[in-house]
Design a protein around this ligand. Structure first.
Ligand SMILES: C[S@@+](CC[C@H](N)C(=O)[O-])C[C@H]1O[C@@H](n2cnc3c(N)ncnc32)[C@H](O)[C@@H]1O
Length: 366
């Protein structure tokens, strides 16, 4: 998904470094463990799960947790057994039921795409007609797409309450909605503000697209909250092979920048305020976005005793200086450092300034 700091294109490079310098590879009988401590879009967890690692994953954001549940913890292609009667009674799916190559998952998405729209929280607060009483009506989604998001979100919740879908199916459907809606949002990358003119893609009718499922025989774990607290809880139980750290680089907090996805994921009718309609995010503040506390937090992680390797992603414009990080990591053991030119996130790009240096440290604890 479009997410600041998404490491999808860096995952193979980091894996190659781990193989080259530490011969770290996972084997089906003896899987190595990988803890993605700042999971965001879950891109690194997905990559290492596909390579056969046992993945632990965590983030402060609830919508990231939904992605982790669907991509990391879920190991099965969904069958939607509990929805067979609902799907089969749907007249507009009658034709597709005879087509064997259409999966139950795709049939459920077609059903969700076809329900008559019902206006809800997103329409009333984030679409122009619903928020027309405001001095600046909000234009995050077209009226039609906002109502469609409400309709789909409410239906997923109803199915969950009626136990028509299991936990994995619930998070697969939520993740499908979260991933799909980002293609129709009228924003320039993040949700801290909406565009004052309609982007062409925001006017197209929203349709749901299947997400990739990552089957696996290994039990994986994910959590929502402060990763350091989660790591401290598992400290006495297990020594992890790899801790992967990709903390925020600058003062920009993630929660206000992704507030609307968070609200769609939680669908909890929050109190909102301001031109952008922000929900309260004080409990989701990251200490890594503050120059005074970032290094202290990093030090807390390095001092834990339950890991063999620590991999840190950071960049040349981060609020922690490279020399400070070197000073913290070098005494821990054998340290490898690499840097790559990396495309800047679109909404941060200025003319002629399209690349930043992405740093990677790999520490093998002595
Ligand atoms: C640079 S992004 C990670 C991007 C991710 N690697 C990806 O590929 O999408 C940083 C993430 O760290 C999360 N975060 C910040 N502080 C955290 C903390 N103390 N515990 C857990 N997650 C945190 C943010 O919510 C954000 O999703």
């Amino acid at each position: 998904m479009r997410f600041i700091g998404n490491k999808e294109s860096l995952s193979a490079k980091i894996y190659a470094l781990l193989l080259k310098h530490h011969s770290i590879e996972s084997h089906p009988k003896f899987p190595q463990s990988f803890f993605d401590m700042f999971a965001g879009s879950a891109s690194m967890g997905k990559f290492f799960k596909a390579k056969g690692f046992q993945v632990y994953s965590c983030d402060l954001l609830y919508f990231s947790f939904c992605l982790q549940k669907a991509y990391i913890q879920n190991n099965q292609i969904p069958t939607f057994q509990g929805l067979q009667s609902i799907i089969q009674s749907s007249q507009n799916l009658a034709d597709s039921l005879f087509a064997n190559d259409i999966s139950p998952y795709q049939k459920v998405l077609s059903f969700l795409d076809s329900i008559p729209a019902q206006k809800g929280f997103i329409y009333h607060h984030y679409a122009p007609s619903g928020s027309k009483h405001l001095a600046q009506p909000r234009m995050y989604f077209s009226d039609e797409n906002a109502a469609k998001i409400d309709t789909i979100r409410m239906q997923i919740e109803t199915w969950k309450q009626k136990q028509s879908i299991n936990e994995n199916e619930y998070f697969i459907l939520l993740t499908t909605l979260i991933e799909s809606l980002s293609f129709y949002a009228n924003v320039a990358g993040v949700y801290a503000a909406f565009c004052k003119k309609w982007d062409k893609r925001a006017l197209k009718p929203l349709t749901l697209k299947e997400i990739e499922i990552f089957p696996s025989d290994i039990k994986h774990f994910c959590a929502c909250g402060d990763s350091i607290e989660v790591l401290q809880k598992i400290e006495s139980k297990q020594v992890l092979d790899i801790l992967y750290l990709d903390p925020p680089y600058n003062h920009r907090q993630y929660a206000p920048n992704y507030h609307l996805i968070e609200t769609i994921a939680k669908y909890d009718n929050p109190k909102i305020k301001g031109v952008a309609g922000l929900r309260d995010w004080q409990h989701q503040k990251s200490a890594f976005c503050n120059a005074k506390t970032a290094l202290i937090e990093l030090e807390k992680i390095t001092k834990l005793n339950n890991y063999k390797h620590l991999v840190l992603s950071y960049n040349s414009e981060g609020i922690m200086q490279k020399a400070q990080i070197d000073e913290l990591l070098n005494p821990l053991g054998k340290v490898i450092f690499e840097s790559f030119a990396y495309p800047r996130f679109k909404s941060n790009a200025k003319d002629g300034d399209k690349y930043i240096k992405e740093y990677v440290w790999i520490v093998q604890k002595a």
